[in-house]
Design a protein around this ligand. Structure first.
Ligand SMILES: NC(=O)c1ccc[n+]([C@@H]2O[C@H](COP(=O)([O-])OP(=O)(O)OC[C@H]3O[C@@H](n4cnc5c(N)ncnc54)[C@H](OP(=O)(O)O)[C@@H]3O)[C@@H](O)[C@H]2O)c1
Length: 343
């Protein structure tokens, strides 16, 4: 693809996250243009195209067959990500898939291998990583402001969803671990890039079979601990804390801050408590622009770090699920090799 032009993007599925978050951000982002929107329902595709631009396409396959699409944004129910990401890569399209990339490690490994073979970009769209507040907090911690980091606690949960929501459908990759649990799991790796192991985990299922609440305790090679909680049956919470030997940082609205809302970050030390003065930031737009930059640069998944990030995340998510399924067998390793650790 010539280096000078924009990435021509197609969207597979007229999803809520596309309407509420991604497509409005895309309209303001540089480096990409929306050329096609596909839906199973032609009327819905037409509605989206009228609102956001691009051509309405009936059926996802027809979008993948188009020559005017370089890359696809994939906001389908999680259980459909693997099949459509595979088809998109095979059709020569770069893929920006909503989180989580797939419902399991085996599928993720297969997609990463396919991206490597085809030289196409494959990215798991965890948009919070593109908000500058987290980089500012990481720099603050590195500067020693809270002493030595000891533990991370992170929570993402919300009240029950409407009964028919796809997140309760196990056949479509539903469940709170894959939907909200992936945020705190990824966050722990943002603040400590070393190996994490799962010391214990619990997933609570409702009668429909999907997990609706979970907790995990992780420890890293650097001896940090991470206590992570998530679920669909909770008072809304979306916050993390980094606790060090000399202070504590609390980040509120951590994973889905509005683009016009200044961050809410508090630093507590024995001698003072300070609210950090950080600017508002648009993580949705940043995520889209970062994807475009890497596609236009012709960077592959190893060069960009996507392969490593995607695989580490998938291993850790699998390890949490395994630890919750077999707590009596002992703790599980984030390496995904099933190693049992001594208690
Ligand atoms: N990064 C974020 O901030 C964020 C936020 C929310 C969600 N997400 C992720 O984005 C994905 C979509 O979430 P969402 O809440 O936007 O989903 P949603 O509103 O339910 O939309 C999913 C879309 O998938 C298509 N689809 C294809 N087969 C389907 C089926 N069998 N059942 C239902 N829909 C089907 C539908 O589009 P057509 O009918 O038009 O074909 C539908 O609009 C999930 O993976 C989720 O984890 C990410």
């Amino acid at each position: 693809m010539p280096q000078h032009r924009k990435v021509r993007l197609g969207v597979l599925g007229c999803a809520r996250v596309a309407r509420r978050r991604f497509l409005p951000a895309l309209a303001a982002a540089s480096g990409l243009e929306l050329t096609a929107v596909a839906s199973r329902d032609p009327a819905r595709a037409a509605e989206f195209a009228a609102e956001f631009g691009g051509e309405a396409v009936a059926g996802y396959r027809n979008l993948l067959d188009r020559d005017d699409v370089d890359a696809v944004y994939l906001p389908l129910p999680t259980g459909l990500h693997f099949d459509w990401a595979r088809q998109a890569l095979t059709a020569g399209k770069h893929v920006l898939a909503e989180k989580p990339l797939t419902a399991g490690l085996g599928e993720t490994e297969e997609l990463v291998e396919l991206a490597r073979r085809t030289g196409l970009l494959l990215r798991e769209n965890l948009m919070f990583l593109h908000h500058r507040q987290h980089t500012a907090v990481r720099e603050l911690v590195a500067s020693g402001e809270i002493g030595d980091l000891r533990s991370i606690s992170a929570v993402f949960g919300h009240p029950p969803l409407p009964a028919g929501d796809v997140r309760y459908r196990t056949d479509l990759g539903g469940g709170s671990l894959l939907d909200v649990g992936v945020y705190p799991i990824r966050l722990a790796q943002f603040f400590d890039a070393g190996l994490w192991q799962v010391a214990g985990a619990v997933l609570r299922r409702d009668p429909r079979g999907a997990d609706v609440a979970g907790s995990a305790l992780l420890r890293s090679a650097a001896e940090h601990t991470a206590q992570l909680e998530f679920g669909f049956e909770h008072h809304y919470r979306n916050v993390y804390r980094l606790w060090g030997t000399e202070g504590l940082v609390t980040v509120r609205h951590a994973f889905t801050p509005g683009a016009d809302k200044p961050p809410s970050v508090t630093v507590e030390r024995p001698d003072r408590t300070v609210e950090l003065d950080l600017p508002a930031d648009d993580q949705f737009r940043n995520a889209a622009e970062a994807f475009a930059r890497d596609v236009l640069a012709g960077a592959g998944v190893d060069e960009t770090g996507d392969a490593e990030a995607i695989l580490r995340q998938a291993r850790l998510v699998d390890a949490v699920r395994e630890a919750a399924a077999a707590p009596h067998r002992g703790a599980r390793s984030g390496r995904g090799d099933g190693a049992t650790l001594a208690r």
